[in-house]
Design a protein around this ligand. Sequence first.
Ligand SMILES: [Zn+2]
Length: 245
Amino acid sequence: MYIDSHTHLDFFQDNIEDAIREINDNKILTLANSMDIESYLKNKEYSKESEYIKPSFGIHPWKAAEYKGNLEVLIPYIDESEIIGEIGLDFLWVEDKSTFDKQREIYNFILKESIKRNKVVSLHTKDAEEEIYKSLKMYNYNKAIIHWYSGDIETLDKFIELGCYFTISVDIGYSDRTKEVLDRVPIDKLLIETDGPTALEWVNGEYGYPSEIIKVYEKVSEIKGYKIEDLINIVEKNYYNLLGS
Ligand SMILES: [Zn+2]
């Protein structure tokens, strides 16, 4: 089975029915990451239409500054969600530095509560790779998906050493850095993702439907010299190892 280890179904908006149809037709196990509570509730609704959709709760760093509630309110969502994401820090795309402390407050809270519950966390690390690494290292925690890593190689190696998992995204074949990440990540820590319809648009201008995951698998298997069926099995095993760890 294909596994899309990081996407955003609520980004499909009016195209959501087509997206869910593709997920069902191609049997793509889909980790539907959330941006905030509202986005998580939408993902939960979508999951009623597909046994392949797994909603995960998180507050994305881009949404951190907008969150005005008490952090304790988030606990029931953390409790009920098997995987937590998307959480993290973003000091690259978020230009307003005044949000950074709020990002940290929310990220550190959700991370700590997730670790207490031994949950998998899906992490956004843009220009905050070292800080995210330290936050995991402090707890020696590696039940983490480092999503679309694009930082420096030195920090990548530290995440690898810690035993984290990594997604390769739709820019494989376009980005030298992503190719380098794929070269370095141990094969038993490899996952694959699409990151929603807009990620591919950012890479090459095309709108990325869920079946785009097949193309990412094809490119990765070509680069690694695996048959596609073998890569499907490897990623599936990795995913279940991560969940069961
Ligand atoms: Zn994302």
